[in-house]
Design a protein around this ligand. Structure first.
Ligand code: SAH
Length: 288
């Protein structure tokens, strides 16, 4: 049996999930690790306001993505992408120098965050580290649009999926009742075709949310077969696509009342159909 260590005093590097957007979505533990950091290696997707938590630390931008709309990582803004090997080397170098290092990652470090490579690099150098979780984009999108990812009786499983292979190929299947796709924002039409080909019905609810957790977030509602319609609206922004049961709007409160009354009158089937058709048309774009 392998025992996984809990962090002790020897911890030199903390991987911290910054959350999906604005600074107050970080965890208290993550904020505390920033406050005691000497060096912070951060990603493009983290909120620049987090710097206020560690004003005296050395902040090093190792962002690799370059989305527009992120203040310190404009598209084509002249900063070269930092290769993974360079990030690994920087982590090891600063930790060995005796500095307390925070590796700040957008969302949650364990979700599409190249955490494996960085943990391996530190382990190879004998450096102790810890991982502080964060709110991943799919959860922020669910919260922002008030669409629970699990539904009693209908949605029992969730998959977090990237549609892109590391070779840059788009693949998609059907793995859960609710499936959230990361890194597919530039290829929504292709994603739509792949999803239909792999068994999702074209009229399955699909929700597209970009910049979830930020004040300029955009959410739009589609069906799996018409996902391509969202391309222009979300262009150039980090985007998560949720399909299946968890993409469906919940019934509005007054509709619940109507449904309950109708059920009492013995007409439940008709009321339920009205709820679902109204709920489908209720969301266009939204900001918090
Ligand atoms: N570790 C991150 C994911 C990094 S991969 C997390 O847990 O959220 C980068 C992808 O995450 C983007 O291509 C996009 O699909 C998604 N993403 C990150 N931040 C997002 C946000 N605020 N809104 C919507 N999608 C986001």
């Amino acid at each position: 049996m392998t025992r996984v260590a809990t962090p002790g005093d020897g911890v030199r590097v903390a991987f911290v999930g910054a959350g999906p957007g604005e600074a107050d979505l970080i965890t208290l533990r993550g904020a505390q690790r920033l406050q005691t950091a000497d060096v912070v290696l951060f990603d493009s997707l983290a909120d620049p306001a987090l710097r206020q938590l560690a004003p005296n630390a050395r902040w090093i931008d190792v962002g690799k993505r370059g989305f527009t709309g992120v203040a310190h990582a404009p598209r084509g803004g002249g900063r070269e992408n930092t290769g993974q090997d360079t990030i690994n080397a920087l982590l090891v170098k600063h930790a060995l120098s005796g500095a307390k290092v925070v590796r700040l990652k957008g969302g949650d470090p364990s979700v599409f965050g190249r955490l494996e490579e960085e943990l391996e690099a530190l382990a190879a150098a004998g450096i102790e580290c810890e991982v502080v979780p964060g709110v991943t984009a799919a959860l922020a999108a669910a919260a922002a649009t008030q669409r629970p990812l699990t539904r009693r009786g209908a949605g029992r499983s969730i998959a977090l999926t990237t549609a892109m292979t590391h070779a840059g190929e788009l693949i998609a299947g059907r793995h859960a009742d609710t499936e959230s796709f990361y890194m597919a924002g530039k290829q929504l039409a292709a994603l739509s075709r792949r999803l239909v080909a792999s068994g999702w019905r074209p009229d399955t609810p699909a929700l597209v949310v970009s910049r979830a957790g930020w004040s300029d977030q955009i959410a739009s509602e589609h069906a799996v077969g018409t996902l391509g319609d969202a391309t222009v609206l979300h262009s150039g922004r980090p985007t998560v696509v949720t399909v299946g049961v968890g993409a469906r709007a919940v019934a509005a409160a007054h509709e619940h009342g109507d449904a309950a009354r109708a059920a009492q009158a013995g007409a439940t089937g008709t009321a339920a159909a009205a709820v679902s058709s109204e709920a489908r048309s209720s969301v266009g774009t939204s900001t918090p």
